[in-house]
Design a protein around this ligand. Structure first.
Ligand code: HEM
Length: 510
């Protein structure tokens, strides 16, 4: 009971801080001062314009609801679409930030549960989304032609029984959890590496997370020791980041550029090398047991290499995006960090033996972070034939996006929807009891194949690192801002995350 009281207290305190920082942002937008301290007239003007724009949008929203619901919709069930005026007003509010516009449009069209924007249909209503996920297939035919992931099973809807069987067995929960000691070993190496660093210098946690995630994916999925944490695969990581981050997310280089082509070639050479070394081992016992060899036997060299690329790239960038977000929030809210440290301290020895052991506070924070920042913010579906979803008729080959980001952050479904409420799920961790609108790993037949791996990696990393270290913000730590990779449907923090990481004084009885 006392625990629950304390948890509610922390939720409220963090919420107050959320409000304060919202206000600070608002003040910065509305009244930020010049270096001399005088209120900038231009910024004040901007704030007034934004208020007028927001009010106009609210009126338009009301008129649109009345028109579409009472007049237009019953007749033809057309998907509502932002017209010229709404688009202009959105530009005034959000500039070129398409992601913020989409989030706003979820509220604008919340009565409809979907809308059309730039030719694509975004669905955020729970029932419409479930229907789409269950009824329609994943987009495969126009899956970005230039991505190196296009030849993998990721972009295929064909059944390939032999390789499907091996891939399924690699990702099965029992197989993943059976290899949890490999994850723990990687985390111990990370702790040792951090301890060898200069404690007073900020560390680049994104870089460490990338190396760690590569090693964990290599060990658990392929039984390969890639030596990421020893720095042996920094070239591989760089090529991945050139492709995923610099090209698709930041759009610093084009997918037609020489630099991109060079990175794709290098990625191919490096993965070829890894696969060749792995399957050519002299030790037949090792070879027979290795998952990467099973993949090779089932799919042949080229397909095994393409699937390996998916495992390594998806495995590395997803985990390396989530971990910096998690630790940023814990560094920002030290009281929450402290609560989780106590839980980690009490359970870390046992979790090493049983990775399934409940960690209610850590699990609650993980669940909340994946609600607030679903790193796969939308999933694509396609329809070969015209289809009716709810009251809406969609033409064949519509581009349909189930917009998880909008669903997870809807103020119509969640209290304090865009705030970090760390223990929101503390009393209610089981999926059955929570809203169906919560689907960070997707749903249906194309749900994230690696959800067990991702959950295992994140919770073990939290338990081991929080038991060993304090994470603190430093002046180099940037606020959380995201960039969107629209092709692969992932978001990343826009730059590397730095923290000061200080070894914790162990409790007297440790
Ligand atoms: C917190 C971490 C992760 C989140 C939130 C996440 C989320 C998702 C989501 C929502 C989908 C569904 C896409 C769809 O329905 O079209 C997906 C698919 C997928 N994910 Fe993850 N993922 C994570 C980690 C990983 C990791 C570690 C891997 C490592 C291999 C991975 C590999 C994949 C693959 C291969 C697919 C495609 C499955 C298919 O097409 O059948 N994911 N992920």
């Amino acid at each position: 009971m006392e625990d629950l009281f304390q948890i509610d207290n922390i939720n409220d305190k963090v919420d107050d801080l959320n409000l304060l920082s919202d206000r600070k942002v608002y003040k910065t937008v509305a009244y930020s001062t010049t270096s001399g301290g005088a209120v900038s007239g231009k910024k004040m003007m901007q704030a007034v314009v934004n208020l007028v724009v927001s009010a106009t949008l609210s009126i338009l929203q009301f008129l649109s609801d009345v028109w579409q619901i009472h007049i237009a919709l019953p007749r033809d069930g057309l998907v509502p679409e932002a017209g010229l005026i709404v688009n202009k007003l959105l530009f005034q509010l959000f500039g070129k930030d398409k992601f913020k516009k989409l989030e706003y449009l979820c509220q604008f069209y919340h009565k409809f549960g979907l809308f059309k924007y730039e030719g694509k249909i975004y669905i955020f209503d729970e029932h419409l989304a479930q229907t789409v996920i269950n009824k329609l297939d994943k987009v495969t035919d126009n899956y970005a032609d230039d991505t190196p992931l296009k030849d993998s099973f990721l972009s295929s809807s064909e059944a390939m029984p032999d390789s499907d069987r091996v891939i399924e067995s690699i990702f099965r929960k029992t197989s993943i959890y059976g290899r949890s000691s490999l994850v723990i070993r990687d985390l111990d190496i990370l702790c040792k590496n951090i301890l060898e660093m200069n404690e007073s210098e900020p560390i680049n946690f994104t870089k460490l997370s990338l190396r760690l995630a590569l090693d964990m994916a290599g060990h658990v999925l392929l039984e390969l020791d890639l030596g990421g944490q020893e720095g042996r695969q920094d070239r591989l990581l760089e090529t991945m980041m050139t492709i995923l981050h610099r090209c698709y997310a930041l759009e610093e280089i084009s997918s037609k550029s020489k630099e991109f082509a060079k990175a794709v070639d290098e990625l191919d050479n490096l993965t070829s090398q890894i696969l060749t070394d792995a399957v050519n081992t002299d030790d037949n016992n090792v070879k027979a047991r290795r998952l990467v060899s099973q993949l090779y036997d089932a799919c042949g060299y080229d397909k095994a290499k393409d699937n390996m690329k998916v495992f390594l790239m998806a495995g590395t960038e997803s985990t390396a995006s989530v971990l910096p977000i998690m630790f940023y929030l814990l560094a920002k809210y030290p009281q929450v960090q402290k609560e989780l440290q106590t839980e980690a301290e009490q359970n870390v020895d046992n979790i090493r033996k049983d990775p399934n052991l409940p960690l209610p506070k850590i699990d609650s924070v993980i669940k909340e972070v994946l609600r607030l920042y679903p790193i796969v913010p939308f999933i694509r579906r396609q329809n070969e034939r015209p289809v009716t979803i709810g009251n809406f008729k969609l033409k064949e080959r519509s581009e349909i996006m189930v917009f998880l980001w909008g669903m997870h952050r809807s103020p119509y479904t969640w209290n304090r929807s865009t705030n970090f409420v760390p223990f929101r799920f503390y009393k209610n961790l089981s999926r059955k009891d929570s809203s169906n609108l919560y689907i960070p790993f997707g749903d249906g037949s194309r749900m994230c194949i690696a959800q067990h791996l991702a959950r295992l990696e994140i919770r073990l990393t939290m338990a081991v690192l929080l038991n060993a270290f304090d994470f603190r913000l430093v002046k180099e730590t940037q606020d959380l801002q995201f960039v969107v990779d629209w092709t692969h449907s992932v978001i990343h923090p826009d730059r590397d995350m730095f923290f000061r990481v200080v070894p914790r004084a162990m409790p007297a009885n440790a």
